[in-house]
Write a protein that binds this ligand. Structure first.
Ligand SMILES: C[S@@+](CC[C@H](N)C(=O)[O-])C[C@H]1O[C@@H](n2cnc3c(N)ncnc32)[C@H](O)[C@@H]1O
Length: 219
């Protein structure tokens, strides 16, 4: 695969044109597993912004954690090592199988599920919800629907941490992954949840990548 990101964009384009906004993820993961090419977002390491966020806490998080769109599981494993009871899910069965293969002794509960139609029992069930780069790979109305669904998973006194590419409202939407605007962060705000911290940074690179690291808390 000469250009993994271009391939992912082509799969996304075809799938979305058919009206299937999530079908391309399993196709991408299963083709990658079969043909051995890289997936552009896979780096087989915990998200550095999650690592930094955890390092800045006065007291380590406790209780139940949820990792949304967990990919190959590195963020979930990090949280489990900190003593949290972690559930992690992805819409791609191949990605979830790979998590189980990579971490056979894991305490994480890995599940196949759709953030757009999550199980009822996840509502208000988690002390910490971590979302990195899932909403930004969805198009149109699925973005806000996914964000609301993620917001609803936070339990009383719990927190949600969101890491995403960012863009200014007047910037063009560009190509997948479609960065979030500041206004889109508000779509996570279900009743009881409020934005408690927002870091806007630019990750060095060619080109540099602007990002949001947002923390929400529920009363
Ligand atoms: C850009 S990747 C990010 C993966 C991982 N969070 C990371 O930071 O490396 C987005 C992930 O979300 C998953 N995904 C996309 N839509 C989803 C949905 N509706 N429900 C669950 N997972 C979804 C994809 O399969 C993919 O693994």
């Amino acid at each position: 695969m000469s250009d993994p990101r271009a391939h992912a964009r082509e799969l996304a384009r075809e799938s979305i044109a058919r009206g299937d906004v999530t079908g391309w993820f399993e196709r991408l993961y299963s083709e990658s597993a079969r043909d051995g090419f890289a997936i552009s977002w896979v780096d087989l390491a915990p998200n550095p912004y999650l690592v930094e966020w955890l390092a800045g806490l006065r007291t380590p998080p406790r209780g139940r954690a949820m990792v949304v769109g967990c990919g190959y599981g590195d963020d979930a494993e990090l949280l489990a090592k900190m003593g949290l009871a972690v559930t992690a899910f992805d819409i791609s069965p191949t990605a979830v199988d790979r998590c189980r293969d990579r971490f056979p002794d894991s305490r994480v509960e890995y599940l196949v599920a759709d953030a757009l139609r999550p199980p009822q029992e996840w509502t208000g069930a988690f002390d910490l919800v971590f979302e990195a780069y899932t909403v930004q790979v969805l198009p149109g109305e699925a973005r806000a629907a996914c964000a609301r669904s993620i917001g609803r998973m936070v339990g009383p006194g719990g927190r949600l941490v969101v890491v995403a590419r960012s863009r200014r409202p007047d910037d063009p939407e560009g190509l997948m992954p479609w960065p979030l605007t500041r206004a889109e962060l508000d779509t996570f705000l279900v009743p009881g949840l409020q934005l408690t911290s927002l870091t806007e940074l630019v990750e060095p690179g060619d080109p540099p990548v602007p990002r949001f690291v947002a923390e929400f808390a529920r009363r």
